[in-house]
Structure formats: C-alpha cells, structure tokens
Design a protein around this ligand. Structure first.
Ligand code: CDP
Length: 795
C-alpha cells in the first residue's frame, strides 16, 4: 500500500512537471535562443537600403544656439542629410509631448538645456561615415549659467531654464500633496517623540546591457511605417507616435524584438526614435539609430534624484501615529518620465510602507535643472523605491532614538495580518500581507539573535559590525484604469489565446518582456488553467500588428495585469470547452466537470475528453449554433493593485582604518503571493538585489558646477559585476492576492525597491552608537571614513 502511494505520488509529480503549470520551476523557453546567441535585437535588424543615424549632442549644459553649420558634414561622401531642429520645425516636429504632459525638444532650436541634448542628426550610408560627419557639424553656442541642483533651481532669481514655455516664470514643475495635513498636524501635536531624517536618493541609471535604438522603415508608396524599437510599451508608443507625428495609426507597426534589459529606460519616447522616423519618411529609406553607451548614460531616462526630508510622530508606547514627508525631485530639463496623470510624484505616497500609521501628509515639488530628463521608474513602480527607502531609513533612525532593536520597532508597528484589506492613510487599499511572518522567517534564516550577540562582543572590542533590516511593501500592477493611466491611456492589459485544432496554443500579450521570462511563465498559466502543457503554448509579445493592445511592461505589472488577463481568457476557453464536451458526451453542460485538462460527466471520472479532443472538435464537430474555433481575447482591468512585501537582512563588517564596508550576509525573504515559476522568481530577486547593492555602494551619476555629466561610461559609473556582488540567501512566504485570478503579485522589482535601505541600515547600525545616523548613497569607503573621522574614530 505504502509503495503504491509513493509510486502514485511520483507519477503525479512527473505529470505536474510535464504539464509545467503553476509552481513548477520550468527552465526558461527563451534561454535556448539567448544561450545560442540567437536572440534577435533591434541592432540585428538589417534592411535593404538602410541608412544610419548619429546624433550630434550638446557639450554644454545650458547655452543659446546662435547657428548650426552642417556644410562640412554634408561634404563627406555618403552623407545623405543633416537634420536640424529648424528643419523639424518646418514639419512641426521640433518639439514633442512627454509622457508627463510636458514638452521636450526633439532637436534643440533655441537653447540646449543639458549636456548631451540632441542638436542635430547625421544620416549616412554607414555608421562610420555618420560618426565622422557628426564630428564636423559646427554649432555656435553662447554658454549660459547652468543650474545643477533643484535647490538652485527654485531659489529666487534663478535663471529660467524653460523660458520657451508660455507662462513659465520659474523652474518649478509641479506641486503635489497626498494624505491629510490636519490629521497629521494633530498627531504630531500629541507625539511623545518625533524622529526626523533628511536624505538624498542620488541619480542612478537603469543602464540595460542593450542601449536604446530603432530602425524606422517608412514606405513612401504605401505609407506603411514599420518601426523596430527598443520599447517596453509598443502599443502605447504606437498611439503616441500617431499623435506626435500625425501618422495614421493603422499604418504604424511597432515591433519590439528581444530586449537586452529595460528597467524603465525603454519606457519614454526619445528624440532619436522620432528623428529616425521623420528621416525615413523624408528620405524614403529605412534609418537605423543605435545609441552608444555614453549616449545612453548621458541623455536617456535617469532614475531617482530625490531629496527627501520628513519626520515620524511616536506616542508614549512606541507606536507610530503620524508621518510627514517633503520631497524635491530633480527632473532635469524636461518632465519626461512616465507617471499616471493624477500622481505627479508617482506612487511615492506608499511611503507609509509596512506600518500602521493613522495619519500621513506628503508634499512633493519638482524642479527643472540643466540635466538630462530623469525620474524614470528604474525597476520600480513609479517612485516606490524612493518611498520605501525613506520609510525604512526613518524607521531605522526611530529605533536608534527609541533605544530599541530595529526588529522590535518594526514588529510593534507593522500592519497586522488580520487588518487586511488595509486602508492606508495616504489612500491605498493594501490587498493582503503578513509582515510578522516574513520577518520571522528572515530572522530564523539569518540567526539574528546570535549575530546581535556577536555584534555586542565586537563593539566591546571597538570593531564595527552592523545588521541592517528593511521590511518593504510595494504597490505594483497598475491600474485600475479609472485611476491610473499613461498619457491618458487607461492601464489595463490584454491576452489573446488561440488553441489550434491539434491542441497546441498561441498566446499573444499586450505586455513585453525585457528578459523576465514571459514566454515561459505565461505559458505556465495557460497550462494550469487549460491543461495544455506549457511546452505546447507559444507566447508572442511586442508586435503591435500581432498582439492585442496593452500598456506594456514596467512597474512589475505583467503578472498582476497581463497574467490575470491570461488566466481569465483561458477560463473563457475552458467554459466553451464545456459546451463542446457536453455535445461529445451527449450530456448536459451543467453536468460537465473539468480538471487538469480533462472533461468528464459528473459521476463518470474515467470517461474523459482531453482539452486536445475538445480543441479538435472545436474545428470538426460542434454543437448546433456554436461558433467554430477555440479562441478568445481578454482586456483585464484590475480591481486593485497588488502589494508584494518582504524582509531583507544584511550583515556588514566595516574597516575602521579605511571605511571599507564588507557585506557578509544578505537574507531576502519575499512574498509575491503565488509563485508561477519559483526559479524565475528567484532569478528576478537575485537581479534586483544586485542592482540594489550597486545603488547602495557603487552607482552615481553626478554633475560638476557647469553641468558636465560625471559618470558617462562604465569606468566612471560603476555597476556591480559578479566579483563585487555578495552571495544572496533567499526565503519565501506566500500570501496570495485575494483579487488576482491566480493569487499572484508582481515581483520583478521588489529586490531593487527593498534592498538599498537594508544595505544602508546595516552600515548605520554599525555606526549609530558613534552618533552617525545618515550617510547618503552610494556608501563609498571615503564617505564612511570621513564620517568615522568626524567622530574621532580613526586608526
Ligand atoms: O512586469 P514584469 O515582468 O517586469 O514583472 P513581474 O510581473 O513581477 O514578473 C517577472 C517575472 O517573474 C515574470 O516571468 C513572471 O511571470 C514571474 N513571476 C512569477 O513567476 N510569479 C509571481 N508571483 C510573479 C512573477
């Protein structure tokens, strides 16, 4: 009997693996082509007669353009055209709208407003000729004073950067508030203790391995425009192209092939895309534009650059009762990042985090500076990263001031599991969570108590060791469409599923993978719902002619929205399958049962029709009055977002003599609800932790007083390699999302959102007894050494 049971369990497990449904760590389908070097990226697109475009960029951060002489460039054989802003202005294309409702220069006409801004484009027969000619385009600049910080920008009398905008008399972009000021003031008035923090989340860059680029192919005869483009949101980009360029939308086909990473960098529309398209239209030949690394680092979507200060009000029992945060964002010369229109500082108001804080008030202001347009949601859901960093750093400091272990402070103030769905003071309804459980799993994995003892012993000997804690909560999966949009387009998403007569399926999605493994995980959802093995489900994304309209992939929204659409459409087909099964069984539809890809009549579990039988019948043997085929499409508007969470713990040792921080341990416990593919989830967390580590300790794009970008290549802008990256120890809890059809929450960004605070808190935990309560990222050894020296701790 026992043997039979074991054999049955083994057979069931083998069947589960073969089906590849939810919870199976299937090897990624797409890796076959990536590992064999057979990925197909924009730069692999080569079309007959294709020309190459190179952008001439401004060396100045702020300067008036007095003239552009392109005669020397045009004289080089093989140069076809030099496009300037003046030429574009004749076609009303010199300026374009941004995703945040601002305008951005496509090619500068009046002034340049940041170093690296696009001034002219050379179109030539080869990339080499275009590069040579670009160096010969002579631009006469009259340099102006550059503004490089938002504080300078909003100071009275500051030179106005956007003087071309009617009615713009200063450098302010927006003022936005969330929460309840009066309730928060009242909480602070009765607080027993108030703890404050002022911090800066510096500029960093998503820097995907593949830079941005496009190949625009406009057929002058048919008017068809095919644009191969590094796009995380091809459908939204198609619509915006139609609006910006005045092209008929039905003639535009955007193809976003394999992407070598995106991380938010490939959400905005960049001038290069627009000029290449306009040039192809005017010249009548395909035009390719591919950024080099420096172009990418100095001119495209930066992230963060947020100055934040705030306080937490605490009552006599150590309970948080109010939170105030002010922030000032540096958006560069154009407000060009993507935000849902109602939320000028993205979803920063998630800043109450994992804590039950009854009153909160957030005041956000944005400023123009002479820096590249920034503020893209780099691996985060619209400013969630900055918010998570702020609250987790503030709670760390609150623990120091309360004289408590930071775990105790958190456990005392967590939203309790029974409080979900939880209404936050800043306006979110958290779907589900169990923060104490995730904390406990992390503490046990780390051996927290032992390490605290070790720390005390070390401290007694004058050695520096720290344990950092961060318990983040994210908000991912925008919409619902009523509240969240991009440039007015409601944030739903879509899935179209067709089952062919032989029972194999094709699934087409409105989201777009940049390496997250969608071809595998979305097939797994179909396998779970319909019982068609994941290996028989082909997943297609990124071609606007061949996929249903969707808002694309960023803000960890693919699984919460596109994944939900997939489950729903599969269920529609399952229901149609019941009608066909009833016909085949000559039974009543109400009597048909379905499980794991098999239909049967109630009470006859052994007489089954498989989903493959049903698919064949859908084309060969249908009941009267039922349409042929087994296919459907779903546009899914989520009822709410999902709120993944976790606890990250980091252990560091610090060398007092050099200030060098060595990361000894990283424990990351994530809860993203039901995991579709546990291995892919772990891969996402590994990647996110690596980026969080890089941001915390290495990455910085800064500017000198004249606005020269420091950090324009990978020698100056340091991203972590396997050499620097610490080992990660991963754990999990599973708290399903109650409103998602399969209980999944997003996860792609969790680790980048949650980990920087854990790394920094570990450093502060090592130093707080010396009176050091903040060091801004990146925490380099010289900063730590200077802090130690300021406290008289030197060796
Ligand atoms: O939108 P994006 O793809 O960047 O993020 P995501 O929806 O969090 O998904 C990242 C990858 O992890 C995808 O392949 C998902 O299907 C997978 N995933 C999963 O297997 N289980 C989850 N609960 C969440 C994501």
């Amino acid at each position: 009997m026992a043997v039979d049971t074991a054999e049955a369990a083994e057979a069931a497990e083998a069947a589960r693996q073969a089906m590849g449904g939810i919870g199976v760590s299937l090897a990624r389908k797409e890796d076959a082509r990536f590992i064999h070097g057979q990925g197909h990226y924009v730069d692999d697109v080569v079309l007959p007669g294709m020309l190459h475009m190179v952008i001439v960029r401004s060396p100045h951060a702020h300067a008036r353009i007095k003239g552009i002489d392109s005669s020397a460039a045009m004289a080089i054989p093989g140069v076809i055209a030099v496009v300037t802003g003046e030429l574009l202005a004749q076609h009303k294309l010199a300026w374009m709208p941004t995703l945040s409702g601002d305008t951005q220069a496509v090619l500068a006409t009046d002034k340049v407003r940041f170093q690296g801004q696009e001034v002219a484009c050379v179109i030539a027969e080869t990339k080499y000729i275009a590069e040579d000619a670009a160096a010969l385009v002579s631009v006469d600049y009259e340099p102006l004073q550059a503004i490089t910080t938002p504080q300078q920008a909003i100071a009275p009398g500051a030179v106005v950067i956007r003087d071309e905008k009617e009615g713009q008399t200063d450098n302010k972009i927006y003022h936005w508030e969330a929460g309840d000021k009066d309730a928060t003031d009242a909480a602070f008035a009765r607080a027993a203790k108030v703890v404050s923090l002022e911090t800066f989340y510096p500029r960093c860059h998503p820097s995907p391995l593949e830079t941005c680029g496009c190949v625009a192919d406009l057929d002058p005869v048919t008017g068809n425009a095919t644009i191969y483009m590094t796009s995380q949101a091809p459908h939204a980009h198609r619509t915006l192209f139609a609006i910006v360029a005045g092209l008929p939308e039905e003639k535009i086909r955007i193809i976003s092939p394999d992407l070598g990473g995106g991380f938010g960098n490939k959400v905005p529309i960049y001038p290069g895309y627009v000029v290449a398209t306009a040039a192809s239209l005017l010249i009548g030949r395909p035009v390719k534009w591919i950024e080099d690394r420096t172009d990418n680092l100095i001119s495209t979507g930066f992230a963060r650059d947020y100055y934040m200060d705030g306080s937490i009000a605490i009552d006599e029992n150590g309970k948080f009762i109010g939170l105030r945060v002010n922030l000032l964002s540096d958006n560069g010369a154009f407000f060009a990042d993507a935000q849902p229109s109602k939320f000028k500082a993205g979803l920063f108001h998630i800043v109450t985090g994992s804590y039950d804080i009854p009153a909160a008030h957030i005041v956000a202001n944005g400023a123009y500076t002479n820096k590249a347009p920034g503020g893209v949601a780099y691996r985060c859901s619209f400013r969630v990263t900055e918010a998570s960093y702020f609250i987790e750093r503030l709670v760390e400091n609150a623990a120091v001031e309360l004289g408590q272990d930071p775990v105790t402070t958190r456990l005392n103030n967590f939203i309790q599991p029974e409080a979900f769905p939880y209404q936050s003071a800043s306006g979110f309804e958290y779907d589900s969570g169990d923060y104490p459980r995730a904390m406990k799993v992390a503490l046990d994995m780390l051996g927290y108590d032992e390490l605290r003892k070790e720390q005390a012993e070390k401290r007694a000997k004058g050695e520096l060791m720290g344990i950092g804690v961060a318990s983040f909560t994210e908000v991912v999966g925008a919409g619902k469409g009523k509240d969240y949009d991009i440039a007015g387009l409601r944030m739903f998403d879509s899935a179209e599923l067709r089952v062919h007569p032989t029972g194999k399926a094709i699934l087409k999605l409105g989201v777009k993978s940049q390496g997250q493994g969608h071809e595998t995980t979305f097939a797994q959802i179909v396998a779970e719902e319909l019982g068609i093995p994941a290996s028989d489900v082909e997943v297609r994304e990124g071609d606007t002619d061949n996929t249903p309209f969707g808002l694309g992939t960023y803000a960890s929204r693919s699984t919460p929205v596109g994944g939900a659409a997939t489950a729903v459409v599969a269920r529609k087909l399952r229901d149609k399958g019941k009608i066909i099964a009833a016909h085949l069984f000559e039974a009543d539809v109400a009597d048909i049962e379905f499980a794991k890809g098999k239909y049967n009549v109630k009470g006859s579990p052994d007489n089954v029709k498989t989903i493959q039988d049903i698919a064949f019948a859908a084309y060969t043997n249908l009941p009267e009055g039922i349409e042929a085929g087994l296919e459907g499409v779903t546009y899914y508007d989520p009822p709410n977002m999902t709120f993944p969470f976790g606890t990250y713990l980091v252990v560091v040792d610090i060398d007092k003599g050099t200030g060098q921080v060595k990361v000894r341990r990283v424990v990351a416990v994530d809860d993203c609800g039901v995991r579709i593919n546990p291995m892919i989830v772990e891969g996402q967390i590994h990647g996110g932790l690596t980026e969080g580590f890089g941001i915390a300790f290495m990455e910085l794009i800064t500017f000198d007083d004249e606005g020269n970008c420091i950090g324009s290549n990978f020698m100056d802008y340091l991203i972590p390699t396997a050499w620097e990256t610490p080992r990660f120890e991963l754990g999990e809890t599973v708290t399903p999302s109650p409103h998602h059809p399969i209980g999944a929450k997003g996860v792609g960004e969790s680790a980048t959102v949650g980990s920087p605070a854990a790394f920094v808190n570990a450093v502060i935990d090592a130093l707080s007894h010396l009176g050091i309560t903040n060091i801004d990222m990146p925490i380099t050894s010289d900063k730590v050494w200077a802090a130690l020296r300021s406290k008289g701790v030197t060796e």
